[in-house]
Design a protein around this ligand. Structure first.
Ligand SMILES: O=C(O)CCC(=O)C(=O)O
Ligand SMILES: [Fe+2]
Length: 341
């Protein structure tokens, strides 16, 4: 296993990434790089996303999930063109048939400029609330911009040109999930909030409202991620592990059963749909692992199609086909998750 026997999650003030001095940006980038290499998880402060933007997001999520199911289902993800909208409990089914105790609202890059050519890109399906669209949309854009800053930091940390990732993140297939974990009505049933997994994308910018997230260290121990005021949790996903040739690690994590209502807002920062994800030229391998190249969008869509009920039904009735090459992807996503957990 690549990552170390860490016992805690590094906390890094990233305000220096916005500094005019490259020396200062490199100093912070080196800290990010150490955390991404040793742990695959970190928390950041100094990110510049205001409390009011964060509060607006949380407020809109609370309001939406409080609505009766039949109203939420008017914005069901299965009727959208870019895989956005309401995800009821049980819609997602993971390898082994597990179901998580959660509901979600998924917001994608709102891509309206061209005819939709790829399954995960297109206009986002918003609910019938102008405030939701305003506040959630504003948060999405701010968090995506923070993602661009982190991409620059990770590039410096890898010894690459600062803009390396900018060329492949123009209209990224990056999804913001508003997740609601209700209070568990049946504390006997053994259902996790979210079972053990790694994230598929490059990295995730996560805002949680309560504790519950746990991270697997190299010793096989689950380490609690504490709730830190004003901080975001950042974790490396499969694609940045590949791009960095294993220098950064996608670390397995889970959400344990919740004893209080909990919300969590991950923004999964990915690349443009057609980006070929392979080790970046010039980065020496770390360890024995060799990475097969994959296509960013096809990989995300193939994983999604195999876990969401409405897409599985289309696969089964033949109205949807998986992208070419999707079959050979078991070393990522859930397959990889199972191996690590
Ligand atoms: O709820 C959380 O804190 C984490 C959610 C998560 O890991 C995911 O959605 O991939
Ligand atoms: Fe995750």
């Amino acid at each position: 296993m690549a990552h170390t026997h860490f016992r805690s999650i590094p906390l890094i003030d990233i305000s220096g990434l916005y500094d005019d001095s490259l020396v200062e940006r490199q100093r912070v980038a080196d800290e990010l790089g150490r955390a991404a290499h040793d742990v695959g998880f970190l928390q950041i402060t100094g990110h510049g996303i205001s409390r009011s933007l964060r509060d607006g997001l949380i407020r809109q999520a609370r309001r939406f999930f409080e609505r009766p199911l039949h109203e939420k289902m008017r914005f069901y993800i299965g009727q959208s063109s870019n895989h956005s909208g309401y995800v009821p409990e049980g819609e997602e089914q993971f390898a082994g048939g597990g179901k998580d105790l959660k509901e979600a609202y998924d917001v994608n890059y709102n891509y309206t400029e061209a005819a939709q050519i790829y399954p995960l890109l297109g206009p986002t399906q918003w609910p019938d609330s102008a405030d939701f669209r305003l506040e959630v949309g504003a948060y999405y854009r701010a968090a995506l911009a923070l993602g661009d800053t982190l991409f620059r930091g990770f590039a410096l940390a890898l010894g690459l040109a600062e803009e390396t990732f900018a060329k492949i993140t123009r209209h990224p297939t990056s999804q913001l999930r508003l997740i609601h974990y209700p209070l568990d009505p049946d504390p006997v049933a053994d259902r996790p909030g979210i079972g053990a997994h790694t994230d598929y994308e490059c990295f995730t910018i996560l805002l949680p409202t309560a504790e519950g997230l746990q991270v697997l260290n190299g010793n096989g121990q689950w380490i609690d991620v504490p709730l830190v005021e004003d901080a975001f949790v950042i974790n490396i996903g499969d694609m940045l592990e590949v791009l960095s040739n294993g220098h950064f690690v996608a670390t397995s994590h889970r959400v344990r059963k919740v004893s209080e209502e909990r919300f969590a807002f991950p923004l999964f920062c990915a690349c443009d749909y057609t980006t070929r994800i392979a080790p970046i030229a010039g980065l020496p391998p770390r360890g024995e692992r060799r990475y097969e190249p994959i296509n960013c969008g096809d990989h995300l869509f193939a994983q999604t199609a195999q876990t969401f009920r409405y897409l599985r039904e289309r696969l089964e009735d033949g109205s949807l086909q998986l992208p070419d090459g999707a079959a050979g992807l078991s070393s990522f996503g859930h397959g990889y998750r199972a191996e690590k957990a």
